[in-house]
Design a protein around this ligand. Structure first.
Ligand SMILES: Cc1ncc(COP(=O)(O)O)c(C=O)c1O
Length: 398
């Protein structure tokens, strides 16, 4: 099977030997995204929302139409609900500060054992500042969220629930709609960490019934340095700003300031407008393929990989053996993940090893390090065959 898209769309694959299996970490970029960024710098570059000359208007138009494109991609009610940030980490940090006034001593913040550090540490910091308590939903043996004792975790003290849509280690896709119903019944705020989902499956914020969604551009074919926080307009209007300075204000006097309207209230300083424009080119590219096609294709790749990997001696594959997104973490008896990565590197195979910024999850799995492969639209069966051959040669060496 050939890949879903032409590898030739991605200049990095001019090196035909390169096998890139680390897209959960960051994705490769199609030429159209790189060209869009270059063109924006070369022909439309001026600071946005302030220049009265034509170049400034063009730049502002491109930036604001990128907001529209991204708003449409996740089916937001309005592009005002789309805030450009530096990435998922910054989006979650923004919330952890802007929600602070709503959290009192004794309130609970509910996360899960499968969260990335980006969806743990900011909440730990908030809990420390406010005297709140953190709770973590446990996992089943197959790496799914265990909702069997939900009454213990979703209580009348729960004020924030922040859960990943898809695990960056296990590939588990969480039942967001089901969780949204529980969260609604207790009147808490529901945040989705979409860093691993928005890039790999259709994500419709209205259907998911969440309050906020955080994601990163660089994991979805876009440039680094740009991400999104989507939030319901009434909630965003009600939040305190995170960073302060230029552009996020309505009026500044020597003693006081008032805030600009949403989304600008949350975009202090010169925004990352060129990156946002680059991200909109990535979104257009993904839209042309169709996110259902992306998900189906990755499901096929993942099933194939799970089947092939299972034949490797002494392999242990973490998480659900059948149903998951395009992420597979595993350990092989007698071969440390670090050694494996070094051997595979000799064959130009890129995979990630370590704790994947999810140390609490690794502790639950009883591991300090795993090897992880993750797919995207440019991968194909041949990449998986070469990976399996290379792993088998490594095992022989040891
Ligand atoms: C599930 C999840 N959440 C959050 C992040 C943080 O994303 P970023 O580093 O782009 O801010 C990642 C990155 O790997 C992730 O996988």
């Amino acid at each position: 099977m050939t890949s879903l898209v032409q590898k030739t769309d991605f200049p990095i694959f001019d090196d035909e030997k390169l096998i890139y299996l680390d897209s959960a970490s960051t994705s490769q970029k199609p030429k159209i995204v790189l060209d869009t960024i270059k063109n924006a710098y070369e022909s439309s570059n001026a600071n946005v929302h302030r220049a009265l000359y034509d170049l400034g208007s063009r730049s502002t138009e491109l930036y604001e139409s990128s907001r529209e494109i991204i708003s449409d991609f996740i089916n937001a009610h309005s592009s005002k609900e789309v805030i450009f940030t530096g990435g998922a980490t910054e989006s979650i940090n923004l919330l952890s500060y802007s929600l602070e006034k709503k959290i009192q001593k004794g309130d609970e913040i509910l996360l899960s054992h499968m969260e990335h550090h980006a969806n743990i540490v900011p909440w730990q910091q908030l809990a420390k500042r406010c005297g709140a308590q953190l709770k973590y939903l446990p996992l089943t043996d197959s790496g799914d969220l265990d909702l069997s004792k939900k009454e213990q975790y979703f209580t009348n003290k729960t004020k924030i629930v922040s859960i990943t849509h898809m695990s960056n280690v296990l590939g588990t896709i969480n039942p967001i709609k089901k969780i949204a119903k529980i969260v609604k019944s207790i009147g808490a705020i529901f945040i989705i960490d979409g860093a691993q989902s928005v890039s790999h499956m259709p994500v419709d914020v209205q259907k998911l019934e969440c309050d906020f969604l955080a994601f990163s551009g660089h994991k979805m074919l876009g440039p680094t340095g740009v991400g999104v926080l989507w939030g319901k307009l009434n909630l965003l209007n009600d939040l305190e700003p995170f960073l302060s300075g230029g552009e996020m204000i309505e009026k500044v006097t020597l003693d006081n300031s008032t805030w600009n309207e949403v989304p600008y209230k949350f975009e202090a300083g010169t925004p990352n407008y060129i990156q946002a424009i680059g991200l909109s080119a990535a979104v257009k590219y993904l839209k042309d393929i169709g996110m259902d096609n992306v998900r189906n294709y990755e499901e096929t790749l993942t099933s194939y990989a799970l089947e092939k990997l299972q034949n490797i001696p002494k392999i242990y594959i973490h998480g659900n053996p059948k149903k998951r997104g395009g992420v597979i973490s595993f350990n092989i008896g007698g071969v440390h993940p670090q050694d494996l990565a070094q051997f595979l590197n000799e064959d130009k195979i890129c995979l990630r090893v370590g704790h994947h910024c999810a140390q609490p999850l690794l502790e639950t799995l009883n591991e300090t390090s795993t090897a992880r492969i993750s797919f995207y639209i440019y991968n194909n069966f041949s990449d998986i065959d070469k990976l399996v051959d290379s792993i088998n040669s490594t095992i022989k060496y040891f």
